[in-house]
Design a protein around this ligand. Structure first.
Ligand SMILES: *Cc1c(COP(=O)(O)O)cnc(C)c1O
Length: 384
């Protein structure tokens, strides 16, 4: 089975991890900070806090908002459940806004219609690695004085060019906090891992505290310095152990050095799919908006003709050894969210139509032309 996504590791990665394992500290050591600094330089953000997973990073970002019961955060139904879960975990209510049918990311007009006096943030997601509409979402958030957050787990390495200036997703100029995942299927990996990028020092401080049980370990941040002794640390908020190890960050540094190569390969595969699949009847290919340079975490095609037809095409592709996937079962159709939000089929028609049509084809740096040809051929036959 050709998988839809796969990590790319080589000898330099293995050696980087082995070297880190020989270090004095294998967690909470210098490689975590070195990785954070390298990610900060790459995405042009002032602060980066690395986490044990993209999910932990999302939970930390939601926590940093300081939400209270009754607060609302607007997010997309077309995402992995972790996006919405982060809002629930932080004690607030996710308010879903339907998507733009072309890109699969949240539609700014739908967001605007759902802003209330209780809205505390917008949490967008860069579906498939195509940047969401940062310009319009950022303007909406700024007009309300609330932060725009990005679940950019698909989009490490993506860029946009607002006003002709090339800007990486994750930059503090695009969002108050951006969240990345370094799971093996993403554009680069630390095994498990994630990060939040921000220009805001207060958010950065809260993120670090959340990662380490809500503890302030340094004297500058203590609320009760009069208690202090050589043993002293203060728990100021609820956190947990969301730390990443030094050997994972060594892998991250090694992978980061190869990211441009990975992205170039993903972009070449996307262009080649566009050529191979052009003119297939009943098939829609992913769109790229002007000025956007997607990271191509996913290559999502859509099958016209409704849910039953998509099921048929999906099953035929799987039977032909193509490990296609569906991204995603919409958040609001999971039993947990049906109960929490009172949603059902019909609640978000554009997200549901997208779900009923989408199929993710294999895309990862190690995919060969022969495997891609086989995929295109299997798709042509599955559609016939
Ligand atoms: C991968 C992913 C996550 C979770 O990241 P993990 O590193 O697997 O915890 C969250 N949101 C989106 C959109 C993702 O694709």
């Amino acid at each position: 089975m050709i998988p839809y996504g796969r990590h790319s590791l080589d000898k330099t990665d293995f050696e980087a991890v082995a070297a880190a394992l020989r270090g004095e500290r294998i967690t909470q050591g210098p490689t975590v900070e070195a990785f954070e600094a390298a990610v900060a330089a790459r995405v042009e953000a002032r602060h980066v806090v690395a986490f044990s997973s993209g999910t932990s990073a999302l939970y930390a970002a939601a926590d940093a908002l300081g939400l209270s019961p009754g607060d609302e955060v607007i997010t997309t139904p077309n995402t992995f459940v972790a996006t919405a879960n982060a809002i629930v975990h932080a004690g607030a209510r996710p308010v879903l806004a339907d998507i733009d049918s072309e890109t699969g990311s949240i539609d700014p007009a739908e967001v605007e219609a759902r802003i209330t006096p209780r809205t505390r943030a917008i949490l967008a997601m860069d579906y498939a690695g195509h940047p969401c509409d940062y310009a319009r979402l950022g303007a909406l958030a700024a007009a309300r004085g609330i932060p725009l957050l990005a679940d950019a787990c698909h989009a490490f390495g993506a860029e946009i060019s607002p006003g002709g200036v090339r800007t990486p997703v994750g930059s503090g100029r695009l969002a108050a906090m951006s969240v990345f995942s370094f799971h093996p299927v993403k554009t680069m990996t630390t095994g498990e891992g994630g990060a939040v990028t921000t220009d805001d020092p207060d958010f950065a401080g809260r993120l670090r505290r959340f990662r380490d049980h809500g503890l302030a370990r340094e004297s500058g941040g203590w609320e009760h310095p009069e208690e202090a002794g050589g043993w002293y640390y203060e728990m100021q908020s609820l956190g947990g152990n969301h730390r990443i190890t030094d050997f994972q960050c060594a892998l991250g540094l090694s992978q980061l050095g190869k990211l441009d190569g990975f992205l170039a390969r993903r972009r070449a595969i996307a262009e080649r799919y566009a050529r191979l699949l052009a003119g297939f009847p009943g098939l829609r290919l992913p769109a790229v908006r002007p000025g956007a340079r997607p990271a191509w975490h996913l290559y999502v095609v859509r099958i016209d003709g409704g849910a039953q037809r998509r099921r048929l095409v999906f099953d035929r592709l799987r039977a032909a050894g193509i490990g296609v996937q569906v991204h995603y079962v919409p958040v609001h159709l999971h039993p947990y969210y049906r109960r929490l939000l009172g949603t059902a089929r019909g609640s978000f028609p554009k997200a549901e139509a997208f779900y009923d049509a989408c199929v993710s084809l294999p895309i990862f740096p190690g995919l060969t032309d022969e495997e891609q040809d086989r995929t295109a051929d299997a798709l042509r036959r599955a559609l016939a």
